[in-house]
Design a protein around this ligand. Sequence first.
Ligand SMILES: *Cc1c(COP(=O)(O)O)cnc(C)c1O
Length: 643
Amino acid sequence: MKTSLTQWSIEDAENIYQVKRWGNGYFDIGENGDIHVIPRYDQPNLKINLKEVVKEMQSEGIQFPAVIRFHDILRSQVELLNKTFRNTIEEANYEGQYFGVFPVKVNQMREVIEEIVEAGSRYNYGLEAGSKPELIAALAYNTNKNSLTILNGYKDEEYLRLALLGLKIDRNIIIVIEKFSELIKLVELAKTLDIKPIIGLRVKMMVKGRGKWEHSSGERAKFGLSIAEILNAVAYLEDAGLSDCVKLLHFHIGSQLTDIRAIKEAVQEASLVYSKLIKLGVPLEYVDVGGGLAIDYDGSQSTNDSSCNYNLAEYVSDIVYGFKQNCDLESVPHPHLVSESGRAMTAHHSCVITNIIGEIHPSGTQYSTGKATGEHIIVTNIRDLEKGLIEAEKNNSHQEIYNDVTQLKSQAMQAFKLGILSLDELAKVETLYWRILNTIEQQMHLHEFIPEELNDISEMLSSQYLANFSVFQSAADSWAIDQILPVVPISRLNEKPTKLCSLVDITCDSDGKIDKFIGQDSVANNIPMHTLKEEEDYFIGIFLTGAYQDVMGDMHNLFGRLNEVHIVSYDDDPKDFYIEEVVNGSSVDNVLSTMQYTPAIMAQMIKKEIDAQIARGKIKPREGVNLIDFYEACLNGYTYLKQ
Ligand SMILES: *Cc1c(COP(=O)(O)O)cnc(C)c1O
């Protein structure tokens, strides 16, 4: 991170935070140094200043941390996916159509599902469910009779009965068989209820996805039928007189497929399986290519786990042209194409905004280092080293001073353990040590060449910014699988960030931190941030949290769900947006109730004890009433820290 001290431009900020590269056109840094959101892909002039959204939320008394959801980004993504498939199909003279479905597990929020279904209605875009509760939601919300409802996941009898209920109300429900025993149950039920199901078969693919989820395919995959099982299933259905019910071939080789080659190979394999089954007389009409369309979280356009080496157009093109070519070679009809992209539909549409509430810094403490009579020689030596720094520039002796101070510090620790150095002396050594490192770092900034060891000083001096949020609630994958999520201050980007920082959250868990960031070449452990000001809040955004992160959060430390605002863009508004809806996050009594507490009884318990203290004369009655009120107000309040 070597930039001149005096000059700082928006391009420099862009270099550090890579907003354009992960932003997919939806985010950029304005000339004023604020993050702008451009929520409609087809209206580049519609710009929302994120800082203005935060201001409006503050004026409405909405506490942070909070999720900001941009409904127009959701709509844009749904439109882009469908249009890209439609245009490519037309351009390729492909004879099938595209019927996309959104996998509910990626973001189950009602408002998200409603928006997606609405935006997708003119493309007959449907839903995919992977569990009974998701199916129940999909039944209620996927009301478009021309779209598909695809059912994946393991199924019990109740699940299958629900699916058949859907058929009775004219939904295009396709039950995807993940496991042979499901087929036996389904055939039984279909006979009893006298309904013809629409059946999909999920094939266990040989090709492996690449990236974190590569175990979703291959022989040891959890889901799907082997080729032998598929042939057995076809025979079984024929015996049952239901062979005309098999309409769809399904595969899913993993999420976040980082390498386009895995997709090409999967299309090749699946189109052959499809063609051969058609030739055997299986009346397949659809091929479902599953999910996996990746998001470039770190903006590197690489096969890093948090990135991908392709874009939407390439992905769609490989699928459409791949099926066309292989089907033409095999002389079989082109199937309708189904895909189940979840991550790509939702990741960009929401972010978590929170404020930095403090700084934890190794050299942050002031302690008087004045000379005491009879002090230990180590203390005197280290103080003299500090004086030597004045000459260091002239003598080019930074490295030497660094070596000496490192040695003196370790000697001091030894001396303290042997009882030779006092606590006061140790505190002085610590203070002088960090001060010297600080000065070396500042002086080295002006140098062209920095010796390798001295480069580590920046890392040693880096701060931890304490952010008002819980990683376990809001960025679960950052903790669980080292997923990189872009972290960017939402303003002051026209100002040089002079502090290297990592983020720590407010949980009492040392894992509660983010220390993997977008780096210059690869992943970095720190990210430059601005110095905090007394009189001004410092807000940061954790971006691309709309897929999985939004809904995977847990109750660690009982923080619970965040306050949420839904933003709709509006050209006629001076700020180009309005807050359409506020969804309150968890209150303390909410989260306690889910853990079987009864808040009203708890308040009574506290009241009883306060009353007892009043009776003993230890608390004045008026103060007692205030204390009870305070306890109750906290019970009703937000779980996160108040500014
Ligand atoms: C999780 C899942 C998806 C969604 O995958 P993304 O990578 O988020 O697009 C699609 N289909 C199935 C069967 C899944 O399990």
